[in-house]
Design a protein around this ligand. Structure first.
Ligand SMILES: Cc1cc2nc3c(=O)[nH]c(=O)nc-3n(C[C@H](O)[C@H](O)[C@H](O)COP(=O)(O)OP(=O)(O)OC[C@H]3O[C@@H](n4cnc5c(N)ncnc54)[C@H](O)[C@@H]3O)c2cc1C
Length: 443
């Protein structure tokens, strides 16, 4: 999306080359939209998924142009086709403003600032080096961290699945095998839909700390007026924000408006609400409310929620609330120790799938590019371990506390700034802002 926005910068002609470094079979769809199954649906409505914030109908028009059926929650594969096509358009010919785009079908394995201090050299896995004035780290989501310790023998067990999105993951699961999922968020929902689509019939246990599923999107999208400026701007503690939200939900219900519309009306301001809290308050939110908030904010399409309800009703899925303490291999099986308060219990399953969401702690991410940037002090993880430390434009703040003129980032890595920095509506705006900022520095 940054590349698409660079191609649309006004003026030119600019003598500027943009190199996209992406090891996947095609640039554009990334992890989420390279989905292997049509059952995996977008959890955002079509009307909010245009790649361009100033052209909200762009994705819906593309669907019509392709004569694809209109869908409120389309498949992630379809969205991947949209992004792939837009990116292919960039690679086919220089943009109207003269910017040229090149794709390197490679991973970047390192990046160092050159002696001039104005450029960096990015090293690719095939040994090629690219020198550039600006380097945008649009790295997306990294696989979840191991769910239990200190014994880690289970990590090498053939039926432990550390990352459901890894190529070929879950293929060794037989139709009658017992399965235990750790986590009950949107990743777990997708894994369950995939298992059902492949005819899996074995028992499935789901363990999560609070035993909650994502809420369901309402069938009808309704609107609620924006009340941020009047009631929430500048509130510096969570208690006050929660009180306002509760009251607003009550007022909305009196007018027949669902709580979902109240929360959705705040979407453009969630970053400001988060940023107004001191760090201790942000930490309190992470400890006590983030998990509940995530189930309210990141919802399942109604058709997915219905399938999960069916699987619960038939007893194929059973949910246990608790914290995973240990995982031990027991010959062909894996045993999991769960604790809830003073009680502990052991559950056994043939397969364990970690569905706990991405690792956000950049002090632990082992990717070679991230490691080198961290070790050379270019990339610093924030103290709440949510992402990278950046300035207001997304420029990386280095270990000396200076904003980089070369490295910047967007997407999930910017959670320290916005907390909500995951879904397309937020990211496309970040992309437009970052492209404008890069353009100002270069042209
Ligand atoms: C399974 C899943 C489903 C999701 N569903 C939705 C949804 O329905 N709606 C929604 O709004 N959001 C959804 N999201 C959120 C998603 O994070 C964003 O919508 C968006 O895809 C993130 O884009 P990105 O470019 O930051 O990351 P990605 O699209 O993941 O792209 C990052 C890319 O960087 C590449 N990369 C990483 N490291 C290197 C390296 N060292 N060298 C070269 N390339 C590298 C990766 O190969 C990857 O393709 C989902 C996320 C996931 C994981």
């Amino acid at each position: 999306m940054v590349a698409l926005q660079l191609a649309r910068l006004p003026g030119g002609p600019y003598a500027c080359d943009v190199h996209l470094v992406e090891p996947r079979p095609a640039p554009g769809p990334g992890l989420a939209y390279s989905a292997a199954r049509p059952e995996y649906l977008l959890n955002v409505r079509t009307q909010n998924l245009s790649a361009f914030p100033d052209e909200p109908a762009h994705f819906a028009s593309w669907l019509r142009e392709k004569q694809l059926p209109a869908c409120e929650f389309c498949s992630r594969q379809t969205y991947g086709d949209y992004l792939r096509e837009l990116t292919a358009g960039l690679l086919a010919a220089p943009a109207a403003n003269g910017v040229r785009f090149f794709w390197h079908h490679q991973s970047a394995v390192g990046a160092t600032v050159n002696a001039d201090g104005l450029t960096a050299t990015v090293r690719l896995a095939n040994g090629r080096e690219i020198s550039s004035h600006r380097v945008v780290l649009a790295l997306g989501n990294f696989p979840p961290p191991p769910p239990a310790g200190p014994a880690t023998e289970y990590l090498a067990h053939p039926t432990y699945h550390p990352d459901p999105w890894a190529p070929g993951a879950l293929q060794s699961i037989e139709a009658q095998d017992s399965i235990l999922l750790i986590g009950s968020g949107l990743t777990a929902v997708d894994v369950l839909l995939g298992l059902r689509a492949t005819g899996h019939q074995g028992p499935i246990k789901v363990v999560s700390r609070h035993g909650r599923w994502p809420m369901e999107h309402s069938r009808v999208h309704s609107h609620y007026p924006d009340f941020y400026a009047d009631k929430l701007a500048g509130l510096t503690n969570i208690g006050a924000v929660v009180r306002v939200l509760r009251e607003e939900v009550r007022l909305a219900a009196e007018q027949g408006v669902n709580w979902r519309a109240v929360l959705d009306s705040l979407r453009p301001h969630l970053g400001q609400i988060w940023a107004a809290w001191p760090e201790a308050e942000q930490a309190r939110f992470l400890r006590h409310l983030a998990s509940l908030w995530t189930t309210l904010r990141h919802r399942s399409p109604p058709q997915n929620a219905r399938i999960i309800r069916d699987m619960l009703t038939t007893g194929q899925i059973r949910m246990s609330a608790g914290r995973v303490r240990q995982i031990l291999p027991r010959s062909r099986y894996l045993a999991v120790q769960i604790s809830r308060g003073p009680r502990t219990e052991w559950l056994t399953a043939r397969h364990i799938i970690t569905c706990t969401g991405p690792l956000l702690d950049y002090s632990r991410i082992a990717d070679p590019l991230v490691r080198e940037l961290r070790e050379t002090g270019q990339l610093v993880s924030d103290s709440l371990r949510l992402g990278m430390v950046t300035d207001a434009h997304g420029a990386l703040i280095n270990a000396r506390g200076e904003a980089s003129t070369i490295f910047s980032t967007l997407g999930p890595s910017r959670r320290p700034a916005y907390f909500e920095s995951t879904a397309v509506p937020e990211l496309r705006q970040q992309a437009a802002d970052l492209a404008r900022y890069l353009g100002q520095g270069l042209f």
